[in-house]
Design a binder for this molecule. Sequence first.
Ligand code: UDP
Ligand code: MG
Length: 328
Amino acid sequence: MTRPKTISLVVPFYNEGGGVDGFARSISAIAAGLPAYRFEIICIDDGSRDSTLRELLALHQRDPRFTVIELSRNFGKEAAMTAGIDAARGEAVIPIDADLQDPPELIGQMIAQWEQGAEVVLAKRTDRSSDSYLKRQSASLFYRFHNALSGLKIPENVGDFRLMDRVVVDALRQLPERQRFMKGLFAWVGFKTVTLEYSRQAREVGMTKFSGWKLWNFALEGITSFSTVPLRIMTYLGITGTLVTSLYALYIVIRTLLHGVDVPGYASLLVAILFTGSLQLVGMGILGEYVGRIYMESKQRPIYVIRHCHRALASATDSDTTQASTHG
Ligand code: UDP
Ligand code: MG
């Protein structure tokens, strides 16, 4: 018999205390329904401050298919996912949220598509009514704005929940950026893609970790990661401003020559000064955004720091009982 294929699930956990067992139960049920595959479930504790890590370690003791990676502090979902994807050994890797908002029931269909040759299987949310109206509207605005600005098209309503073949994961791991906007990186690598649809459930326990401000910064991150169009827009605004100002200057000079000096003009002067001044500030802000990114990238710091990796030693004979902890 050939060795069963391994499917790696990558699950970031941040303050998901109380939700760990429910998650493990659903995943175990799904794995039991797919006996032809081996599952390794890589749970990343992203510096949780509640009982999450304790619950995860207990889970690892009970069921060694669950690997636990402890990060040294909260690095954010993107970094946590990167840590999990780096540790994954499966022939296919599926990032999935810990809160069961990404239905594990879809995993079977994803694997079926993968077996038929798809390299990426996306899960698209058809119904986002579990998200607030504001979140849906702003998300839709973000996708439209991003895809208009950037040459890279990020599919709308597709989260991080997807199946990726080993070739895709290896390509992804070659992208060296420190600031990881995963949705963009996933889209950037390309590959043969199939889309499945599902309706997004409300969170089972706990609450969302992404406030409006965090999402806004996330959106800025996405746009500046994959597009330099904002810089170019500033150039065009500058050129337009220069042209209009030159024409106006010419008009004033001619008028002064014909009619002499006219003192009033306070309003137009003030408007011009304020307008150009604020335009320059905006331009500098946008420029600064990119310079800041260069600065962050140039430091070449690691994306995440692992305190400890609790992983069962997988042997060729597939004995699930050998267990050891390795330092990451
Ligand atoms: N998460 C994480 N680190 C963070 C924030 C979130 O690992 O700093 C995890 C979180 O535990 C969950 C997933 O990312 O598994 C998605 O988070 P959440 O459900 O809060 O996001 P939403 O579904 O509201 O977009
Ligand atoms: Mg969620």
